[in-house]
Design a protein around this ligand. Structure first.
Ligand code: HEM
Length: 525
């Protein structure tokens, strides 16, 4: 490796698509993908699982989907491959302050340590009855308000986002956002179009403004983000709305939460409030940090899950035979549960639903909501490759030396389509593949079923287990009570639109509808 490091000062020997612009490199082209992953999948096919793309101002970036490279960057290197500066700043704006998703290094380590207990398997178990209850409420709403009165076409993602907003409110703060009860819920509506309004297909000047953030000192950046561009104002509006709601919440819950915190409750709000009052600096959260965590969890923790369940319902509408098998599986288990004398599924019941869990895994694999991550190397390093690539001069490369500051794009969506990991048909949605895959045999990349979807390592999704139980509870409930079909008109054609780092569903040619997945929904008698 030492020899290679000396030999390869630049990355020019790594193959990749020709660079369209000196100023932008591939940054602009990347945001312009018709569908998320188009860019990545084409490169994967052409160059193998690691390739070179252009960075701003004539720089080079590495883009990789290689299992060993991802493992090295996400797991083995700790904090040595941080998020890019424009990413952390943007995340800070979305969190309304220094929340866990945006802070770096030791501050992150402290915040994560404080919040971890709220996401333990034991703690999450206690939420299941509430997940099921809110899921049932959604079913009642569909039965009454949608199915009986209007057309049978339901924008499932919007309903699910209101459901998951109520769930995160209850689970994290014991608070009712009332999103399911109010069709017009302001917070839910604001979140629904937030990413599209602020990040979808940016113009060149807007993207340039964002890229500049990486090169400016902190104090300049802090002033720059006060410029009232339409995007930044849009983000601030949601932030303000959230602060109104959370202010009300803290006021209403005040003394009750203090008591629960002192009694050692492990729900998120008790944990946050307790840390806020802590004497010891290593276990303390400032007021600003505490509020930012509330907004972070609400932002990171509802639309992601709602979207994933919606994509799954879409795939099940595309695959009616699988939907029928899955429904039968849930019903059989329901009988076992009733025979036991229970009225609700427990965590073991949900884990035993193999077809359902395979469908969830396959949807996470095929439609990762966070489809890539922008990182950079903090130090000189050598990134190992599991799948060697061939250089421009025909040499086989199995490690890439990088210098401090090197930009790297981690293609989560391309990793999720590697034939070497997922089998010969990675571009097909086929949950049955999980009958043949053994994650134990693979290079460890992701926290769940070795998928890259929740990322991995110190910055992996803190809410993955929460999300999984929530998806299991909601999907089992919905599939037992409703049948999902594709709409017969053109609204069945869903485009996977990139909006910043997130994938958003839109009907092709009907973007005015906003982010939607319309499905024909029929109640099963
Ligand atoms: C299907 C649903 C979800 C997906 C696909 C998802 C995906 C991700 C990914 C890829 C990251 C890493 C982001 C980065 O490196 O910039 C992340 C981080 C995070 N997620 Fe999730 N997430 C989901 C659900 C949730 C839920 C339900 C919660 C909360 C209850 C949550 C809370 C967080 C937080 C707080 C972080 C930041 C963690 C840290 O930096 O330490 N997520 N998520």
């Amino acid at each position: 490796h030492a020899i290679q490091r000396r030999r390869y000062r630049s990355l020019k020997h790594i193959r990749g698509p020709s660079v369209p612009s000196w100023a932008f490199g591939h940054e602009f082209a990347f945001t312009r993908q018709q569908e998320t992953g188009d860019f990545d999948f084409a490169c994967l096919k052409e160059y193998g699982s690691t390739w070179r793309v252009g960075g701003p101002f004539g720089g080079d970036q590495i883009m990789t989907a290689d299992p060993k490279a991802l493992q090295h960057i996400l797991h083995k290197s700790g904090y040595n491959y941080p998020k890019r500066r424009d990413t952390t700043k943007m995340l800070e704006l979305f969190s309304g302050g220094p929340g866990i998703v945006s802070v770096v290094g030791e501050i992150h380590q402290r915040q994560r340590k404080i919040m971890n207990p709220a996401f333990s398997a034991t703690q999450l178990r206690t939420f299941l009855p509430m997940f099921e209850e809110i899921g049932q409420k959604l079913c009642e709403k569909w039965n009454k308000e949608v199915i009986e009165t209007t057309t049978k076409i339901v924008h499932v993602n919007k309903w699910l986002a209101r459901t998951t907003l109520d769930i995160i409110g209850q689970a994290a703060f014991d608070y009712d956002y009332s999103a399911l009860d109010e069709t017009d819920n302001a917070l839910s509506k604001s979140y629904n179009t937030l990413f599209v309004d602020s990040a979808m297909y940016p113009t060149k000047p807007k993207l340039f403004f964002r890229i500049l953030w990486n090169y400016l000192p902190d104090w300049v950046l802090d002033i720059l983000v006060l410029i009232p561009t339409r995007e930044l104002q849009r983000i601030r509006r949601t932030s303000r709305l959230f602060k109104e709601v959370s202010g009300k919440l803290l006021q209403e819950k005040g003394s009750e939460v203090q008591e629960k915190a002192e009694e050692g409750h492990k729900d998120v709000l008790s944990i946050l409030v307790k840390a806020n009052a802590a004497e010891e600096p290593r276990g303390r959260l400032s007021d600003e940090e505490m509020k930012a965590q509330m907004q972070t969890l609400t932002t990171a923790g509802h639309e992601t899950t709602a979207s994933t369940v919606s994509w799954m319902l879409l795939e099940l509408a595309r695959h009616p035979e699988y939907q029928a098998r899955l429904r039968a599986e849930v019903r059989t288990r329901r009988e076992v549960m009733r025979a036991r004398g229970d009225i609700r599924f427990n965590v073991e019941d949900l884990d035993s639903l193999t077809l359902l869990n395979n469908a969830i895994k396959e949807t996470l694999r095929y439609h990762p909501i966070v489809f890539f991550l922008n990182r950079y190397a903090l130090k000189d390093d050598v990134i190992p490759l599991q799948e060697p690539i061939v250089s421009t001069t025909g040499e086989v490369i199995d490690a890439i030396p990088v210098k401090a500051g090197q930009w790297i794009k981690l293609s989560l969506c391309a990793y999720n389509r590697l034939p070497s990991v997922w089998g010969a048909d990675p571009n097909v949605w086929n949950p049955d593949r999980f009958f043949h895959i053994d994650p134990i045999q693979q290079t460890k990349v992701g926290v769940y079923s070795n998928l890259a979807t929740f990322s991995g390592g110190v910055r992996s999704c803190i809410g993955w287990r929460f999300s999984l139980i929530e998806m299991q509870a909601l999907a089992s409930e919905l599939l037992e009570r409703f049948e999902f079909k594709l709409p017969t008109d053109e609204t069945h054609d869903i485009q996977r639109i990139p909006a910043g780092g997130l994938m958003v569903p839109m009907v092709r040619g009907k973007w005015d509808l906003g982010p939607v997945i319309p499905l024909s929904v029929a109640a099963i008698p």
